[in-house]
Design a protein around this ligand. Structure first.
Ligand code: SUG
Length: 432
């Protein structure tokens, strides 16, 4: 039975804010201290997910994580009532508190790496949550990500869940954002893992050894798996994950000329493991690397809806950038597999460096596997209405940096996710 791509979007959490936590992420640094709008953020994300669902593709959501993370506050020695812990952390370690408040679990392209059942040696869908060890705020995500994935994909005859890799400098794993699967019917799928090389300004976040471990765990065919270095230049320009400079779907890989350290070697390697690959490259003289990163042109979703018209789902920032917009127009008109482009406003997430592709985790599933997934997490018209109602009920429309010291924000954010667990039909989601 052939698998179809399902997208699980991160439901943006009620504490979404701009704390400038991510090194090498230009948008995060630029917007540090700005006032966020969590309500708008969540509604923007849901509207994008709904539009994808309406193309006929299976669409799900991954829930926000409880924030602030009281377990970690406790582990760091803060004691007393929750209000007291917040007050103390705001005074003694506001930087730590900001990390514990981050809604970064929204960027589910970093939640895990997935292998569809057709590609895994044991015929199950494999999941490895990312350890996200490069940043404190992101390293806190793995336990809840594992809980959420286990809740949604519970049937162990069909779904195999691995532990996140051990955290450490040589094993940083940032999940599917650095992994692309290419395939055509009747041929084995190819897996491209892109790892980072430290630049002069910024350090790499994805380690080669981590990608290799994930490929081993998932039982991928070594003859159809490639490990390619991302260019230092791209990392230094702000491409902290490879999905900022490239995206693939089916036979197509759409990428920037400066995304790989060695372009010719990368091209040859992709064509070796996927001889059918259609490589669509943006030359730097048409789209300078800085424009590609500022506009998030490549942080688009490349979708094949049931009608077959391969479509780019881009952020409005790419429409506003002349070089990016022109290249999109040219690509859609050219004789290639990309047939259409649509722009979406996910500006609140973009201001923290997360575009349409960051907000979704792709899980290719057969119909039986979709049927075995927890229904509550699939986005139907009904769940969309309930989720937007939940956001309207619980979310603030502004969070300024000082608000993180407000125990009321901590309390209402926790109450919100507890209510969500019930709404999704998974009351043990945060405790299982
Ligand atoms: O890890 N931003 C995220 C953005 C992740 C985007 N994901 C992909 N490219 N797949 C990050 O850099 C900013 C949070 C803050 O600054 O508060 C942040 O973590």
């Amino acid at each position: 039975m052939s698998a179809r791509e399902a997208n699980f979007d991160g439901l943006i959490g009620p504490t979404h804010n701009y704390a400038g936590l991510a090194l090498g992420n230009v948008a995060s640094a630029t917007n540090k201290g700005a006032v966020s709008n969590p309500k708008a953020a969540a509604l923007q994300g849901l509207a994008k997910a709904k539009a994808v669902a309406e193309t006929g593709l299976v669409q799900g959501v991954l829930p926000p994580h409880p924030r602030p993370d009281f377990r970690t506050l406790h582990a760091l020695g803060f004691r007393g009532s929750e209000a007291r812990m917040i007050e103390q952390a705001a005074k003694d370690a506001p930087d730590i508190l900001a990390n514990l408040y981050s809604a970064s679990a929204m960027w589910t392209a970093n939640a895990a790496t997935i292998a569809p059942s057709a590609d895994a040696a044991d015929g199950r869908v494999h999941f490895t949550p990312a350890n996200l060890s490069s940043h404190l705020h992101r390293s806190l995500e793995a336990p809840q990500t594992a809980r959420s994935l286990n809740t949604i994909f519970a049937d162990d005859r069909r779904f195999a869940h691995h532990e996140p890799l051990p955290a450490g400098a040589g094993l940083g794993d940032e999940g599917a954002a650095n992994h692309t699967r290419l395939h055509v019917d009747g041929e084995g799928a190819a897996h491209i893992f892109v790892y980072g090389l430290d630049g002069e300004r910024f350090r790499a976040r994805q380690a080669r050894r981590a990608s290799e471990a994930v490929a081993r765990l998932h039982g991928l065919d070594a003859g159809r798996t490639a490990f390619l270095p991302q260019s230092r230049r791209a990392i230094d320009a702000g491409a902290f994950h490879n999905d900022v400079v490239g995206v693939g779907d089916g036979r197509v890989y759409f990428f920037h000329e400066h995304s790989f350290e060695d372009l010719d070697a990368a091209r040859a390697e992709i064509l070796r493991i996927a001889p059918y690959a259609e490589l669509i490259m943006a030359p730097a003289d048409e789209v300078p690397l800085d424009d590609a990163i500022r506009s998030y042109l490549f942080n688009s979703q490349l979708l094949t809806p049931p009608d077959g018209a391969k479509t780019l789902i881009l952020p409005t920032e790419a429409e506003e950038n002349e070089a990016a917009r022109r290249f999109v127009e040219k690509t859609v008109q050219a004789d290639n597999s990309i047939a259409a482009a649509r722009y979406f406003n996910v500006r609140e997430s973009m201001r923290n460096g997360g575009g349409p592709a960051c907000l979704r985790l792709r899980v290719a599933l057969t119909e039986d596997e979709v049927a075995a997934a927890h229904r509550g997490f699939l986005l139907t018209d009904e769940t969309y209405e309930r989720l937007t109602g939940w956001v309207e009920r619980w979310y603030r429309d502004r969070i300024a940096p000082d608000d993180l010291a407000d125990p009321a924000l901590a309390r209402e954010s926790h109450e919100a996710v507890e209510a969500l667990a019930d709404l999704l039909g998974a009351p043990r989601l945060y405790s299982a």
